[in-house]
Design a binder for this molecule. Structure first.
Ligand code: NAP
Length: 334
């Protein structure tokens, strides 16, 4: 088994691999996924020393959790950590219906997730978004009761802002905040990251590849399938995509000089921001995963990191990270 560097997640959290694996794209968010390949990717991750696997109960309505159960059936429970998001309400036609953070809903979501994942505890449990109708103290308080009862080990949050984070941390330690953070999405640096550091909360960074933009995979401008998230996401539309791919070209020139890929450069940059930043990378194939893990071998000097930041300045990215209705749901953007 390869050894991957590890880090402690927050002041009170578990020891995790420096890079985690996100399961979302294995349930069709970026186009179709192949079940066998997805399971092989999860196995390859564990075999490489990745121990953090992130999912959401709403990723294709439980599909992702059941896939993860099948992939992990023959693995020892102590060899992996499950990070699970809950709270998003779905409809049978794939629709979205807001978020539910009520204590009774927390217990209900958890009971179903434990069943679908085939485990008797979840390592890190987190509401996917703030429910604007429920005080965060109530949601986190309900998860804390589940910690007491042994069904959950640690509490995390997702896409919340500093006030909510402080209120939540006053109820129970928050081991990590899962939030978008990349070379071209650096909003957290101003207030959220310093507050998380003050409170001993790590960042599990998603979108480190900006959903595939910061890689070589979209440079051929193949059209997205209609159900691909990116078909409707501002950064991937027409002139925005053209402008953003110019940043990728600039990064590609630097990557070449390092014998690396754009994705590796983007991940290495995120890793360089601190041991408390844990990139959770989405991959559907073992090849992509291996490429991403290659970022751990890349050592960049301060000058090289500055050159990377100059090649793709966050203020030059065209388009917001979500479409307006989804942006409005982000407590972190208030
Ligand atoms: N808390 C939240 O609100 C939230 C939101 C979104 C995601 N997440 C979590 O974070 C995880 C990661 O997010 P994400 O998947 O949206 O973003 P991401 O890691 O930035 O991007 C994933 C995309 O990059 C591509 N990719 C991965 N490795 C690559 C490589 N080495 N070279 C080229 N392309 C590569 C993937 O392609 P393939 O699919 O073809 O492999 C996929 O299209 C998700 O799986 C999920 O668990 C959380």
């Amino acid at each position: 088994m390869t050894t991957i560097d590890t880090t402690k997640l927050g002041t009170t959290g578990p020891v995790v691999s420096r890079i985690g694996l996100g399961g979302m794209s294995m349930s069709g968010v970026y186009g179709k996924a192949d079940e066998k390949e997805s399971i092989a990717t999860i196995h390859a991750a564990l075999d490489a020393g990745v121990n953090l696997i992130d999912t959401g109960d709403f990723y294709a309505m439980g599909h992702n959790e059941m896939l993860i159960q099948r992939a992990l059936a023959d693995r020892k429970r102590e060899d992996y950590l499950l990070s699970v998001k809950f709270g998003a309400l779905r409809g049978p036609n794939d629709s979205w219906g807001g978020f539910d953070g009520r204590p009774a809903a927390v217990r209900n979501f958890l009971a179903y997730s434990l069943q679908r994942l085939g485990v008797d505890y979840i390592d890190i449990y987190r509401p996917a978004r703030l429910d604007p109708n429920v005080p965060i103290e109530d949601t986190v308080g309900a998860i804390a009761e589940m910690v007491q009862a042994g069904f959950v080990r640690h509490i995390g949050l997702s896409e919340i802002g500093v006030d909510t984070l402080r209120r939540a941390a006053a109820v129970h330690p928050i081991v990590d905040l899962q939030i978008e953070y990349s070379l071209i999405t650096r909003t957290i640096e101003e207030r959220i990251l310093p507050t998380a550091r003050e409170l001993g909360t790590a960042i599990t960074a998603y979108g480190v590849l900006s959903r595939g933009l910061l890689s070589d995979s979209l440079r051929d401008r193949r059209p997205f399938a209609p159900d691909d998230f990116r078909a409707h996401s501002p950064r991937f539309q027409g002139e925005n995509l053209t402008a953003n791919l110019r940043l990728v070209d600039a990064l590609a020139a630097i990557a070449e000089g390092h014998g690396a890929t754009v994705a590796q450069l983007a991940i290495a940059w995120a890793l360089s921001r601190g041991a408390d930043i844990v990139p959770v990378i989405g991959a559907r194939t073992a090849e992509r995963l291996a490429e991403s893990l290659g970022a751990l071998e890349l050592t960049l000097s301060e000058d090289e990191l500055a050159a990377i930041e100059a090649a793709a300045p966050a203020d030059q990215v065209a388009g917001t990270r979500y479409a307006a209705p989804q942006m409005a749901l982000l407590d972190s953007e208030r």
